[in-house]
Design a protein around this ligand. Structure first.
Ligand code: ZN
Length: 212
């Protein structure tokens, strides 16, 4: 089985993708994470990707597709994949579908985790990161104040660089303007599963499983 998963920032898309990967033995391919890893290396492509990441710009379609191609090459055909954040633009739909087809993979279902705009903002602004152990920390859950220290290692905590109000607004705008039309494509194909992400993650997961 091969899946694609979509959702705005804060929708818990990454967590659901991990849970689905575990349940159905899929490889979770998250292009955003791959780009961040590439940006830390010193390959030519890594340097280019880092420049887009640093400027908070979207990595161009051709680089995204090439990266995905390299990634898919390493996964045995027998193992299914869950694509997280690709295709992200209308222009990526055709090349990504061709890549999958070339490997003999069909896209069985696309999943869209919906979340109201304000809820995305509320959730992202509560996300912190420990500068020492790099654990994710949620304000109101793991810590009660932004001045608290990491509950795991006592390190200083910080917000992710682009989790500022401007950064959040920019990423959400991109999602609704650029990626939502891609989701419509899968709705038109009749393979879209839509779930309400404004619930506990277990309930969201059960809903997805029920519809798969
Ligand atoms: Zn820590």
């Amino acid at each position: 089985m091969n899946l694609i998963i979509f959702g705005p920032q804060g929708s818990g898309k990454g967590t659901q993708a991990d849970m689905l990967a575990e349940k159905f033995d899929l490889s979770h391919i998250e292009t955003g994470q791959i780009f961040r890893d590439m940006g830390r290396g010193d390959t030519e492509l890594g340097k280019i990707v880092k420049k887009f990441d640093d400027q908070k710009e979207m990595v161009p379609d051709d680089i995204t597709v090439t990266t995905l191609q390299e990634c898919l090459k390493k996964i045995s055909i027998e193992k299914g994949v869950i694509l997280d954040s690709a295709p992200r633009t209308i222009g990526q739909i055709d090349p990504v579908e061709k890549l999958m087809k070339a490997d003999g993979r069909s896209i069985d279902k696309a999943i869209y985790i919906r979340l109201p705009y304000d809820e995305s903002v509320a959730r992202i602004t509560k996300r912190y990161l420990c500068t020492v152990c790099l654990n994710h920390i949620v304000l109101g859950k793991h810590i009660q104040s932004q001045h608290d220290i990491c509950p795991i290692c006592g390190g200083l905590i910080t917000q992710r660089g682009d989790d500022t109000p401007d950064g959040i607004a920019k990423r959400l705008k991109t999602f609704y303007e650029v990626t939502v039309p891609v989701i419509s494509h899968y709705r038109d194909k009749g393979i879209l599963i839509e779930v309400d992400g404004n619930r506990p993650m277990e309930a969201v997961f059960e809903d997805i499983i029920r519809q798969i």
